[in-house]
Design a protein around this ligand. Sequence first.
Ligand code: SMG
Ligand code: MG
Length: 374
Amino acid sequence: MTSPMTPTSIELRRIHLDLVTPFRTSFGSQSSREILLVGVTTADGSTGWGECVALSEPVYSPEYVEGVIDVIERFMAPVLFGASDLRAANVIEHLERFKGHEMAKAALEMAVLDAELRSGGATLHQRLGASRTRVPSGVSVGIFSTVDELLAAVQGYVDEGYARIKLKIEPGWDLEPVRLVRELIGPDMGLQVDANTAYTRADIEHLRRLDDFDLLLIEQPLDTDDLLGHRALADAIDTPVCLDESIESFTQAVDAVDLGAAEIINIKPGRVGGYLTAVRIHDMCRSRGIPVWCGGMLETGIGRAANCALASLDGFTLPGDISASTRFYARDIVLEPIAIVDSHVAVPSSPGLGYDLDVDFVDSITTSVQRLTR
Ligand code: SMG
Ligand code: MG
């Protein structure tokens, strides 16, 4: 058992990174990423960092950067400062009074976990009990104005060695782009689609036509709340239905599986309230034969390193959205950017979450810092 820690300060640092190319999904296009880093420093002098996955606007989920800062500053930080027995394993318990805000809670748990692992000289990979030393790397490809641009982008990712392709889709950008990409990459490469809630139950017949393309899965086609719609879709089509936005907790994951609404789950630690809850969802899915994979939120090397360790657990049987740092950023904020070797990303082996911050670069892209103290 790890010894409890006393947090003495919490830093909320906002950074700004330009994307190498705009990323368009069914809910909008972004050409830069604002990211909130959460640093927790403890009385023994160790600091851990968490990366919050919230976007600037509440368009993927209800949380957004400014709201996360507010809820941490106003409610969550004071509770953690007052805790006498703080460990990564009980951060979520301490914050239980506060409803929702899973991304804020996850970022705090992640920072405490990093500090705890660093002071104990252990890796996240060891802590989670994972065995694999590398994980296959998948890439998420946005929506383009023309199919020619899409095909050129996909060809580029294939050339870089990605193990599978995920295409963003929306009404008007689905059957034809998917058909052409399947033709381009051939029958053997893994291909899947992600609609980010862009369809309704009225589209079930249309979505059935995706069955022709031997997809690994269709991710979150319907509304976040529409579990029964996803069940109806799963009954109507052969392509496995995977949930992303709908799963914000362990209980929701169990319910979605029980209802037959999720044949596969995309586990994003930030969306479900942290890495430790992510592992519980993984374990539950594994015991019930539900494949899982690790999603991405355009993380920097901090989140990517940790996602990689999580994805090395045995139940992560499908390639995750764990791409190289260069997929989104010309320069990452960690000293050793995430790279693809032979279609895989190596699980980090240094203590903590597995990254070393490029402090000078982080300073140069910081747009605001708040330091909260005990
Ligand atoms: O980090 O590789 C990544 C991004 C993967 O497509 C991705 N994420 O719905 O799964 C998803 C999206 C959410 C982020 S969109 C801004
Ligand atoms: Mg998704």
